[in-house]
Structure formats: structure tokens, C-alpha cells
Design a protein around this ligand. Structure first.
Ligand SMILES: *Cc1c(COP(=O)(O)O)cnc(C)c1O
Ligand SMILES: [Zn+2]
Length: 402
């Protein structure tokens, strides 16, 4: 293990990594671990290697004798030639994060969070979430033998709470302002020795770097023009951007792709600020979108995502629920069933092409963040059809109808 520095993303104040700290004690903006500028890939057999072994150089702060994994990462990057052709761009790729242990990218950050919690001697972990992060932390906490606390909002649906409950964490429905709970949990964690692996904590951001590393390898280090990330709290987009930046610092790639932050118009605090040329987000009142997984009205890393876009040269955009559902159906036609939030990048590409932002000669990667089976309620919003037929008439039926 090597010690690394951690600093505030806004005021730059240095903090110490030898305790569970998540936000700046001066300005309350998110913290970030220093950029790793010296590292290489441990080439090996990915059937026997974990992502933490392969990218070990980029995690000098983790104890390699105390790794924990459920086999997250090494997800496919699928080229979608027909879809690229019909949209009118030169390359379209989908990073299929539905193929993680709990069916979303969240597992990458959860693994790092668990390893960090263990390093610091914690026996208890927790999270504030009603969706993929709750499932992920519950699963990893159970497997790692940690006492696991999951705070959900009181009105959570059966479909969402049941998979979390299956992993048997301390599951608490919390009454009151759920939006405040993220910030409140940091205090609750301190008072009760619980390490909170919330949406944008530094270790979760570190976990998401591996998405960028894998894309670099899968594209043979030839960078796409854009990587589009459906964004809520902002942890994932921060990790992906940092991953590319680190590979460039290490000389593994020549240039970094531009990052596009994609949101739903029903809850788009980052896009709103970007559009208004503001460097601070404002809370969205009454958010409402089919893309539940990205419905955070006041993202804790929102301001940092704005800073990141500025430095990276990327943009923010937002799409309607109707566009999201259309994109979800288009992806299913290509064999990938993402949840509505995961269909936002494709919807954004179609919109950006129609608006002329994309000219047609670009290569673009979409991050398909989570599985369509996580939110079956969205199926009712599609016109789904099936026929009926008696067995003895089936052959004739096919001849007559197809
Ligand atoms: C968590 C999540 C996101 C948003 O990621 P952030 O790190 O909160 O920005 C997007 N899509 C899915 C499916 C998610 O579960
Ligand atoms: Zn600060």
C-alpha cells in the first residue's frame, strides 16, 4: 500500500485518508483522491484475474492482501452497427453494465467501498438508496460478513424493496425529508461507526474508473469521441472521467474522450445549471421521470460534474420520458434490455444528432448502467404484443400469419 493524497474538488483543501471522510470540512463539496499518473495494466487471464488485480497500480491505497470481490466488472462493450447506421454516426458502442453481480455498475464502487471500510477497521457499512445502490451494498455487505444498514424512503415500492430485503440487511424505511438523508447519514455514520458507501463518496468514484479502463482496452486504446453517462448523484461520471484522465497521464492513451452528462428533463439539475451557464446546481422541485435511477433533485456531486465538464470539454443534455422509452425499445431490438435510466444515453445521441451537435463522423460509447429487469413497471409503457393459438393449429397459424 502507498499513501495517496485526497483533496477537495472545489477549494483544494487536503484531507486525510486514514479515516472515513467523504466531503470537505471547509466547503462541503466532494473529495477526490489524487490522479494516479504512474501505472500500467497487469495483463493476465481475465477468467482467473479480478479487475482489482488487473488495474492494481491505480489502487495503491487498497490492501492487496485484503481484496473483496463478487466478480464485478469485465463487462462487454458491444458495437451496434445497425443502430449507428440508422442514426447516422460512424460508431456506436454500448458498455453493458447490466452484467454485474447485482445487475448495475454500482457493484464496482461497492467493492472498493467495502475494501476501504475493512482497511479502516469498520464492521458496519450502510447506504442511502431506494434502488440499485441499496441492492448492491446489501449483497456485498452480506457476502463480506459486514453488518449492513440500508435506509430507504417510506413510499418505496414492493418491486424495489424485495430484492434488497432478500440479502437481509438492517433495512429501515425512513420517514421525513429523504433528500436530507444523504447528508444526515454522514453524521449518523460517525455517531454509530457505520461506513456509508453513498452515491458519490470518493471510493465509489474510484470504483467507476474501471469502466473507463476497460473501454480503453476494449477499443484497443483508440479513443471514441464521446462517452455518454446517465447522471444522477454524479459519482459514476466522475469516476469514468478520472479513469480516462489517469490512463492519459500514464501514457496509455493519447487523448481523452469528451464526456456527455445525460439527464432526464423531468429531473435535470445538472443540465439546467449547464444550460444557464451557472457553476452551481439548484434543487429541482417535484422531480418526475420514468428514469427513477437518475431522479436525484439535488445531486451531491452536481457542482463537481459542472467543473468536470468544463475541464474535459464535454457537455450536458437532457431528454424526455418519451424519448427514453423509445430508446429502451431500440436497445431491446439490439439485444440489450436496460432500465429506463440506462436508455438515456441512446436517447441523447439521437437527439444530439437531430440537433446537429453530432455531425455523423463520430464514435460514441453509451454506458448502459443497469438492467431492464430492475424496473418491470416500465414494460406497461410499451405496446407489447403476443398472439394466441391452439397447439394443433400452430403450424397452419404460422403459415397464414407470418
Ligand atoms: C446510480 C445509477 C445511475 C446514476 O449514477 P450516479 O453515480 O448517481 O450519477 C444511472 N443509472 C443507473 C441504472 C443507476 O443505478
Ligand atoms: Zn473544500
Amino acid at each position: 500500500m502507498r499513501s495517496v493524497s485526497i483533496h477537495c474538488t472545489s477549494c483544494g483543501k487536503a484531507h486525510k485518508l486514514d479515516e472515513a471522510i467523504f466531503r470537505c470540512d471547509l466547503c462541503n463539496e466532494p473529495l477526490e483522491i489524487e490522479e494516479i499518473s504512474n501505472g500500467r495494466i497487469n495483463k493476465g487471464n481475465i477468467l482467473t484475474q479480478t479487475i482489482w488485480e488487473r488495474y492494481e497500480d491505480f489502487y495503491p491505497f487498497l490492501d492487496k492482501n485484503n481484496r473483496f470481490t463478487l466478480g464485478e466488472g469485465f463487462t462487454p462493450l458491444i458495437e451496434m452497427k445497425d443502430l449507428a447506421y440508422s442514426i447516422g454516426i460512424s460508431g456506436l458502442y454500448m458498455k453493458n453494465e447490466t452484467q454485474n453481480p447485482t445487475w448495475s455498475f454500482k457493484d464496482r464502487g461497492t467493492a472498493v467501498g467495502i475494501m476501504d471500510a475493512k482497511r479502516l477497521g469498520y464492521k458496519r457499512i450502510g447506504t442511502v438508496s431506494t434502488g440499485n445502490m441499496a441492492t448492491s451494498v446489501a449483497a456485498y455487505g452480506a457476502a463480506a460478513g459486514m453488518e449492513t444498514f440500508v435506509f430507504v424512503s417510506k413510499d418505496i415500492s414492493e418491486e424495489k424493496i424485495n430484492p434488497i430485503a432478500m440479502y437481509n440487511p438492517h433495512l429501515i424505511k425512513v420517514e421525513g425529508n429523504y433528500g436530507e438523508l444523504y447528508f444526515e447519514s454522514l453524521k449518523i455514520g460517525k455517531e454509530n461507526n457505520i461506513y456509508f458507501i453513498n452515491s458519490d463518496v470518493p471510493m465509489r468514484v474510484e470504483g467507476s474508473k474501471t469502466i473507463a479502463y476497460e473501454i480503453c482496452e476494449q477499443l484497443n486504446f483508440q479513443m471514441p469521441d464521446y462517452v455518454i453517462v446517465p447522471t444522477s448523484a454524479g459519482g459514476n461520471i466522475r469516476g469514468i472521467e478520472k479513469g480516462f484522465r489517469e490512463f492519459k497521464s500514464c501514457g496509455l492513451i493519447d487523448n481523452v474522450p469528451k464526456i456527455i452528462c445525460a439527464q432526464s428533463l423531468g429531473c435535470s439539475p445538472i443540465y439546467n445549471a449547464y444550460y444557464n451557464n451557472s457553476d452551481a446546481i439548484t434543487r429541482v422541485e417535484k422531480p418526475h421521470t420514468i428514469a427513477h435511477a437518475i431522479e436525484n433533485p439535488y445531486p451531491p456531486s452536481g457542482n463537481q460534474v459542472l467543473r468536470l465538464l468544463k475541464n474535459n470539454g464535454g457537455i450536458a443534455t437532457a431528454v424526455t420520458d418519451e424519448e427514453i422509452l423509445k430508446a429502451q425499445a431500440l436497445m431491446a431490438k439490439e439485444g440489450i434490455l436496460g432500465q429506463p435510466a440506462s436508455s438515456v444515453p441512446l436517447a441523447a445521441i439521437i437527439k444530439l444528432k437531430e440537433e446537429g451537435f453530432l455531425k455523423g463522423n463520430e464514435k460514441v460509447v453509451c454506458i448502459v448502467t443497469g438492467s431492464g429487469l430492475k424496473y418491470t413497471a416500465s414494460f406497461a409503457m410499451h405496446q407489447l404484443y403476443s398472439a394466441e393459438c391452439e397447439l394443433n393449429e400452430l403450424s397452419d397459424y404460422i403459415k397464414e400469419n407470418y
